[in-house]
Ligand binder design. Structure first.
Ligand code: NAG
Ligand code: NAG
Length: 356
């Protein structure tokens, strides 16, 4: 009798537990579905949050991978329906062989002198290689105002950027070291681009400023962070551009603007070696010539030959210079000398013609 009662009670208990479990499962499933569908803006910020080395959380990681990949699918579908245009943008190829060094160009002349190298290099950076019928400076159609650096992009309809902006499918990366104004970034965001500004001097890790403008406390580097680093370096957040793209789930950048105070040479080299430049539509870079730059070594003629070789690598990847600007407000120095009528600072703009 007692045994029967116990059995009966046990059975009801199990039944209740089962119903409860089912209800819970349905509830969580429904919530997850709802969240995935609504996908609010605030979520986007969460999604791009890069993992910090010390605090690695499984769930967070899975989520970070999941959302961007979904976004990519949407992107591909849209651009292919438009036909032509961006459909020839190569996707990241993980099997691409990694190169270890760039191909150096032959010396400019038999004596390997600085004179020959500087002449060839300066001639190269002062002559646009392609005509852009609609150069636009700082995201404004008018000419630049005083004291503002003229960051120039090309909205010539023969390149895809103008369509990308019109369709609000454009992405801008801006690499800087906290010295610049952000007129270019604000204007690009206002005109419809998703703008990511990377600046290690920011107060907090990620700030969403509105109008599609994000700030990230990250510095773009040409090396991987050292695996064994002192604890205070854990939060220094320097990353290679390829790593940032991977983490954010981005596979293309329509405009990359960089003002890296002489780190541009090694960053450019790293982007070429890892095949990242192929994912970039237009490249607007301030170059610094008053010294060789971070981790660039050799005598003066070797340095200038290296700079020149980097640009020839870009040319080989079908990048063409469409705008060059010589900054006369900066010291007129070339490798610590007043020579060759050169400035220490130029802003160069390239378009990747494989994208058009
Ligand atoms: C600079 O170094 C390179 C390679 O080491 C050498 O071939 C070249 O002659 C040197 N140039 C000058 C001007 O010393
Ligand atoms: C030196 O550069 C300035 C500014 O680019 C230019 O106007 C001038 O003609 C150049 N001088 C020579 C001698 O090439």
């Amino acid at each position: 009798m007692l045994a029967r009662e116990v059995r009966l009670r046990w059975r009801t208990c199990t039944l209740r537990l089962l119903v409860l479990c089912l209800a819970f499962f349905l509830c969580t499933h429904f919530m997850a579905e709802l969240r995935r569908k609504s996908w609010p803006q605030a979520d986007l910020l969460l999604k791009v949050q890069p993992r910090e080395p010390g605090i690695f959380i499984e769930g967070h990681d899975r989520r970070a991978e999941e959302v961007p990949s979904k976004r990519q699918v949407i992107y591909v579908r849209r651009s292919s329906s438009r036909g032509g245009g961006n459909s020839n943008v190569p996707k990241r190829d993980n099997l691409k062989p990694v190169r270890w060094q760039i191909d150096l160009q032959p010396w400019a002349g038999p004596s390997h002198s600085l004179d020959e190298e500087a002449t060839r290099f300066l001639k190269y950076i002062s002559k646009p290689q392609i005509v852009c019928s609609r150069p636009v400076t700082n995201g404004l159609t008018e000419k630049s105002e005083d004291g503002i650096k003229p960051w120039t992009i090309c909205l010539d309809p023969k390149f895809s950027l103008s369509y990308q902006i019109k369709n609000k499918q454009c992405r801008v990366y801006s690499l800087g070291l906290g010295e610049d104004d952000s007129i270019f970034e604000v204007n690009m965001a206002t005109s419809g681009c998703e703008v990511h500004r990377f600046d290690p001097s920011l107060g907090s890790a990620h700030i969403y400023e509105g109008e599609r403008l994000w700030h990230h406390r990250l510095s773009v580097d040409w090396r991987d962070p050292k695996p064994i680093s002192p604890p205070h370096r854990l939060h220094s957040n320097t990353k290679k551009l390829g790593a940032i793209l991977n983490e954010f789930g981005h596979w293309k950048i329509d405009v990359l603007k960089a003002d890296m105070e002489s780190a541009e040479w090694k960053i450019l080299e790293n982007m070429i070696l890892e095949g990242i430049v192929e994912q970039i539509g237009q490249l607007v870079v301030e170059i610094h010539l008053h010294w060789p730059g971070f981790e660039v070594s050799g005598n003066d003629s070797t340095v200038v030959r290296f700079w020149y070789s980097l640009f020839k690598e870009l040319e080989r990847k079908d990048f063409r210079l469409f705008h060059t600007y010589k900054d006369l407000s900066k010291p007129q120095m070339f490798l610590k000398k007043e020579a060759f009528n050169a400035s220490s600072c130029y802003i160069l703009s390239w378009v990747n013609t494989r994208w058009s």
